[in-house]
Ligand binder design. Structure first.
Ligand code: UDP
Length: 485
């Protein structure tokens, strides 16, 4: 292995460690690109299981390049064991017990298991991997936490102990519209049904709930917190978070920030890795559709519907008479029986199904007029950035809270949570594409403009990212006061 010069050694080396889920990997990879662009060396650490999936989908993408290299670590589960979303507890437990000592060995010493003589000067770990804080503390490396989900859900989880003390959780699921008063800043609009889905449990001792509450509190032990949002969208929540985590950087929307920083650099190709293969032919199909006429439908990478729910959606979409582009992941439903002929015919006539879409490009396409989404945080921000109003059908974790914000706070869409019968779906689509279109588009366009300003030179996210880079550099200087000589 080529040894780095003293000059190169002076540049910081950040280890980025995402939780092994698509949305987390995606956004942390954008952060990796941003840091590389700023001249910081990055090692991107996937779990072995993710690493192998990525290699299978496109082996060329994980090739090391100047400033960015990919390494992997075991998550403790057998490689060939499926990791379905409804067994996520297994992964939480295993990562904490099996991966923690491996990470310690990797970070200890000069490069350790990273296969390099270039010591890590700073760790950026996913907000769901707080065991990395213990490890970083033990080996004396500063650690930053990146919460890839929404700030509003982070704050809600953070307030979990107060909700428990105030008797607001757990709750019976019979009065879901009752207001929750224990989350400062959300007293006027947060109902039981808008709490992250992990709060819908019978016992406080529920393993997943306890896990997520602890992870939120643990963020206060990190040197700083990174969030994918911008001040004009989440200012009030950021103030609450900063009261507990004073150094919190809001650097989103990340994909827009990367686009902006790329215009300032001539020779940088962003890393594009995906656990799924994109079907780009849908962009050609969109080219032949009238302006703002198409409803884009996607439930992200992990949400699953029952066959009955999917068929209700499908009937509702077809009955609305809208043109649509639908990401129908092969694993979005357990078992798909016969599809009624009228749905197939209507889909051939004015729809298009794909297994995985280039979502950011789709949302930016002039033919797209609305987004029926599960309200995952990346999708929500991408839609806000593109100025596309949403219908939200939240599935789990932060999505219940995100969709409340979409409708009630930002007014950039409609919240369809806990319902998906065909009449509701049809009515909501008609409201989005026709009835309430004007007011929704007005508000969405305003936030799209604010998002753009925030990532432009001098904007809040742009400047926040600059400060983050400065912070990383100053930590490196403290680690190598002699410039690495
Ligand atoms: N995505 C995509 N193509 C698709 C569906 C989703 O590229 O067909 C991307 C989307 O742009 C987003 C991510 O996958 O960046 C999904 O993340 P999100 O937080 O919205 O949801 P999750 O998959 O984590 O539930």
């Amino acid at each position: 292995m080529k040894r780095r010069t003293a000059m190169e050694k002076a540049s910081p080396h950040v280890l980025i460690f995402p939780f092994p889920l698509h949305g987390h990997i995606n956004s942390m990879l954008i952060l990796a690109d941003l840091l590389c662009l700023a001249g910081i060396h990055v090692t991107f650490l996937n779990t072995d299981h993710t690493h192998h999936r990525l290699l299978r989908s496109n082996p060329d993408l994980l090739v090391d390049r100047p400033g960015l290299r990919f390494r992997s670590i075991s998550d403790g589960l057998p490689l060939d064991q499926p990791r379905p979303i409804d067994r996520i507890t297994d992964l939480f437990v295993s990562l904490r017990s099996a991966t923690k000592p491996l990470l310690r060995a990797m970070l200890a010493g000069s490069g350790g298991g990273l296969g390099s003589d270039d010591p890590v000067t700073c760790v950026v770990a996913d907000g769901l991997l707080s065991f990395a804080i213990d490890v970083a503390d033990e080996v004396g490396i500063p650690i930053f936490i990146f919460r890839t989900a929404s700030p509003c859900s982070f704050w809600t989880f953070f307030c979990g102990p107060a909700l428990a003390a105030g008797g607001e959780i757990p709750f019976e699921e019979d009065d879901m519209d009752r207001l929750i008063i224990g989350v400062p800043g959300m007293e006027a609009f947060l109902r039981r049904r808008d709490l992250p889905s992990l709060f819908r449990v019978k016992e406080l001792s529920d393993l997943n709930l306890q896990f997520i509450l602890t992870e939120a509190q643990d963020a206060t032990r990190a040197s700083c917190v990174i969030l994918n949002t911008f001040e004009d969208l989440d200012g009030p929540i950021l103030s609450h978070i900063r009261a507990h985590c004073p150094t919190t950087y809001a650097i989103g929307p990340l994909d827009a920030l990367l686009k902006c920083r790329l215009t300032e650099s001539n020779d940088f190709t962003p890393t594009s890795i995906s656990l799924r293969t994109e079907d780009r032919t849908c962009l050609t199909w969109l080219n032949s559709q009238p302006d703002k006429s198409v409803l884009y439908i996607s439930f992200g990478s992990a949400a699953v519907a029952t066959q009955e729910q999917l068929l209700e959606f499908w009937h509702g979409v077809v009955n609305s008479q809208t043109r649509f582009l639908w990401v129908m992941r092969p694993d979005v439903v357990d078992r798909m029986g016969q599809i009624p002929a009228e749905l197939r015919e209507a889909t051939d006539e004015r729809g298009r199904l794909v297994g995985w879409a280039p979502q950011v490009d789709v949302l930016a396409h002039s033919a797209v007029g609305g987004f029926l989404t599960h309200c995952g945080w990346n999708s929500t921000l991408e839609s806000v950035s593109a100025g596309v109003p949403m219908i939200c059908w939240p599935f789990f974790v932060d999505q219940q809270t995100n969709s409340r914000y979409v409708e009630e706070v930002w007014k950039v869409g409609l919240d369809m949570k806990d319902r998906c019968d065909r009449r509701t779906v049809e009515m909501m689509i008609r409201e989005l594409m026709e009835g309430k279109r004007e007011e929704l588009v007005k508000s969405t366009a305003r936030f799209a403009d604010l998002a753009k300003r925030s990532v432009s030179q001098g904007g809040s996210s742009y400047m926040s990212f600059e400060k983050l880079v400065e912070n990383i550099r100053s930590m490196c200087q403290r680690a190598h006061p002699d410039g690495g000589k």
